[in-house]
Design a protein around this ligand. Structure first.
Ligand code: MLT
Length: 235
């Protein structure tokens, strides 16, 4: 099996024709999506802009949806939820459709949308993602959301952790140079301290959301792999 890595969505150059893409945004969008779905959210609809979110909410019906996401890591005015995983409790999200717009994470999910199979990964579910990749036995691209078009260490390290798990199962994995670099970055589990030193981690600490880093650093918290189908992410 071949697992390539793209450190930023710009490296994707179109998802059409790609068989499988795994989207990663450890701090925090994909971690939040996974947690929200585990807590019973019906689905997550990624949208690009705040205006798109409002439009989508009108289409579906305001009462059935929760608007969520961030800009510059802060909650968006008029949205019911931000992008901090622990806001997405079962009490808040069970049975709800979440319309989500974030700076990097949902943008990466939308960029992947033309591929045959798109799934959502973070440190929270690396084991489940690796097992699914092994079971599918197909080549895949691990797409890091990055940060405003640039490399993000936590996403690359997570990609490396996934490749490492697949390698442990199947014995040999081919990949591009980015995959080899990711493998080195993911040689050991990412510690909370290491995540806190990244640009995204520093920003979260700056706004008093250090607890999110601790939450998102937890490998294998969940045994689920959300997938994107018809513009909806579901379990
Ligand atoms: C994003 O999608 O840009 C992020 O996850 C940023 C954040 O939540 O702080």
């Amino acid at each position: 099996v071949r697992l390539d890595v793209a450190f930023t969505p710009a490296e994707l150059r179109g998802a059409a024709g790609r068989r499988a893409i795994v989207v990663i945004d450890v701090l925090r969008a994909t971690s939040t999506i996974i947690h929200a779905l585990v807590n019973g959210a019906k689905s997550v609809l990624p949208v690009a802009s705040i205006e798109d979110a409002a439009r989508k909410a009108e289409q579906i019906g305001r009462d059935a949806v929760l608007l969520c996401g961030e800009r510059d890591s802060l909650p968006v005015r008029g949205f019911q939820l931000g992008n901090a995983p622990e806001e997405f409790t079962a009490e808040r999200v069970a049975g709800k459709t979440l319309v989500m717009s974030t700076t990097n994470g949902t943008t990466a999910v939308l960029a992947a949308a033309g591929a045959d199979h798109v799934c959502i990964a973070a440190l929270l579910n690396i084991g489940a993602v690796a097992r699914q990749l092994v079971a599918r036995g197909e080549d895949a691209l691990l797409l890091c959301a990055g940060r405003e078009g640039a490399f993000a260490l936590e996403d690359a390290a997570c990609a490396g952790r996934i490749i490492r798990r697949v390698h442990a199962e199947v014995g040999s994995v081919a990949g591009n140079d980015a995959a080899w670099a990711a493998l080195r970055l993911g040689a050991r589990p990412a510690t909370e301290r290491a995540l806190a030193r990244t640009a995204a981690g520093r920003r979260l600490r700056e706004i008093g959301r250090g607890a999110d880093i601790v939450f998102c650093a937890h490998e294998d918290r969940y045994d689920v792999v959300p997938i994107l189908d018809e513009h909806r992410v579901t379990l």
